[in-house]
Design a protein around this ligand. Sequence first.
Ligand SMILES: *[C@@H]1O[C@H](CO)[C@@H](O)[C@H](O)[C@H]1NC(C)=O
Ligand SMILES: *[C@@H]1O[C@H](CO)[C@@H](O)[C@H](O)[C@H]1NC(C)=O
Length: 275
Amino acid sequence: MQKGGVGEKMLKFLFRVVRFLRKCIFSVLSVGPVPAHIAFIMDGNRRYARQHNLKEGAGHDAGFLALMSIVIYACELGIKYVTVYAFSIDNFRRRPEEVECIMNLMLEKIELMCRKDSIVNRHGVRIHFSGNLELLREPMRDAAKKLMAVTANNSNALLTLCVAYTSTNEIIQAIQKSCEEKWVENQEPRRVGRGPINLLEIEKQMDMAIAPDPDIVVRTSGENRLSNFLLWQSARSYLFSTLALWPDISFWHLVWIVLNFQRNQSRVEKKNKQV
Ligand SMILES: *[C@@H]1O[C@H](CO)[C@@H](O)[C@H](O)[C@H]1NC(C)=O
Ligand SMILES: *[C@@H]1O[C@H](CO)[C@@H](O)[C@H](O)[C@H]1NC(C)=O
């Protein structure tokens, strides 16, 4: 009993030291421009499982832990928005057993995050789902809605989970909604200034209108494609690709990504001044 107590105290002390060191590094980073929004294409869960001789689900479990760590670091660094590509509409074409397995795991994680003492609630992180939730089975859709409601008052950061998402689907839905709205508007008699749909009207209808455009889009696992993720919003984003598999993504990766972004940002600013 006594021994366990000492061990636990030691561990807590170590945790505090690590957090303090992290804070020091983050305060150095904060001297440069801190991105407001980072988006991740979380690639490599399956490869991680294969590399470690684990079942496929274990790769996704590790990926979820990595996501929670990144969210904590983002809060500490003052990054207000984190967006992740969790499940693409194209992923529905994978083997049915695999889709089923991923959905069950996701449902489990969503329920975990709903708890009062979950990491997202303890750090004041609000959750938003972006994507065509109608494509999900009912229990999953209900859980997603519940998680959004439960975290609605959290205001430290916003984590957007793109599920049943593709950028083209988001764009088409936004255009359809703006057309419908325009049609209703134009039914009103004596309306002045009716014109074609403009950019702002479409952007307002996007799922991602909840966050500013991402400053950085990161893809893990050595891939270099956007794969239909935030095509509209990433027009001016800094794209970053790392060889690390998503479950291996760590504090140091985040520091390195932000440093690269900052270096590039100052170059872009200098270039703009010269023009
Ligand atoms: C959020 O805040 C509103 C208004 O203060 C309150 O009515 C609502 O119950 C809160 N929701 C949660 C999940 O705490
Ligand atoms: C940063 O931006 C400049 C121009 O804006 C570009 O030429 C350069 O390759 C970029 N550097 C990195 C590391 O991405």
